[in-house]
Design a protein around this ligand. Structure first.
Ligand code: NDP
Length: 288
């Protein structure tokens, strides 16, 4: 009893709607597995309450928090500093609250793309690769920046809306060492020869639309290409099934989610938590 305390370290997430976000389950399972007295609290925070939520986290001594839709850009005005990739991406999904003398200091990180690169590394180092990304939203932008910073030679953005695609390609070209290109999404897209990594970073195939598949000519994909999907529900998308049938190595969205959570946990606790515990928790949630 002498060593026991009754005041856990707090972390969590601010978003709306928060109810379908499984991150709380994997964080709490991994904290418990590591015998860390940390909690992760999933909070429903509408846009007009974001400033109060951030002030509350500071006041209550939180170690940090995740920001999801719709706060990833809006939170920036409440922070003191941005890490390099968050600055280039222009969005923050993780905030670290340090407490040096002189008052709390909030740093914004973007670990979406870092989580993707961490899940990719065991099967393909992005350094020196030609990467093709379907989509130009938040997930695509984070993956594009992080694979470029990890040494990819070129990032080709394929997107339904040309302006958004061109914007991300221009960002890569201007702010990273990789060449950024935009490729219009023509019907039955022909994947360029020499593509080392192909990623679906759109929401096509997400439950309840799991029957939908990105319009790609799978015959044009080299079997040596690593094919990844960011969609987490269901983890085994039609896109990945078709790529596997072509002989490609595939990566599901759960790997990106787990690796992002591991990075966040390291930022908040200084500890490496168990990816196996997180993955098992997710597989249970998705009934795999
Ligand atoms: P955004 O809304 O920012 O972007 C959506 C993207 O998908 C846009 O490029 C959009 O194209 C494209 N898109 C959507 N529907 C279609 C369609 N029918 N045909 C062609 N293109 C389409 O979303 P996010 O980037 O935030 O999220 C994308 C996906 O990534 C979601 O499924 C999300 O759950 C997942 N995600 C997974 C993570 C993980 O850890 N695994 C982390 C973060 C996100 P357009 O510009 O033309 O509208």
């Amino acid at each position: 009893m002498a060593d026991r305390t009754f005041c856990a370290e707090l972390t969590g997430s601010f978003s709306t709607s928060a109810a379908q976000n499984p991150t709380v389950a994997i964080m709490e399972a991994a904290f418990a597995d590591a015998a860390l007295d940390f909690r992760y609290i999933n909070c429903e925070v509408p846009p007009e309450s974001l400033a109060d939520a951030v002030r509350g986290a500071i006041a209550m001594g939180w170690r940090g928090f995740n920001c999801s839709i719709p706060h990833k850009v809006a939170v920036i005005e409440h922070l003191d500093a941005l890490a390099q990739s968050a600055e280039i991406i222009g969005a923050v999904n993780t905030v670290v609250i340090d407490r040096p003398e002189g008052g709390p200091r909030l740093t914004g990180e973007n670990t979406d793309g870092q989580g993707f690169v961490a899940s990719l590394l065991p099967v393909r180092d992005p350094a020196g690769q030609h990467v093709v990304i379907l989509g130009a939203g938040g997930a695509a932008r984070a993956i594009a920046v992080e694979t470029a910073l990890a040494g990819a030679l070129s990032i080709t953005i394929v997107n339904r809306t040309p302006e958004r695609g061109q914007t991300v390609a221009d960002l890569i070209d201007a702010q990273t060492p990789a060449a950024g290109r935009y490729l219009p999404w023509t019907p039955h897209l022909h994947v360029p020869h020499g593509t080392g990594v192909l990623i679906n970073a759109t929401s096509i195939g997400f439950h309840p639309n799991e029957a939908e598949t990105p319009d790609v000519d799978f015959e044009s994909i080299d079997p040596g290409t690593v094919v990844a999907d960011v969609v987490v529900n269901p983890p085994e998308t039609n896109f990945l099934k078709a790529a596997a049938a072509r002989g490609c190595t595939t990566l599901d969205g759960l790997g990106m989610l787990v690796n992002q959570a591991l990075i966040n946990a390291r930022l908040w606790t200084g500890r490496d938590l168990s990816s196996a515990v997180m993955r098992r928790e997710l597989e249970e949630i998705f009934g795999l």
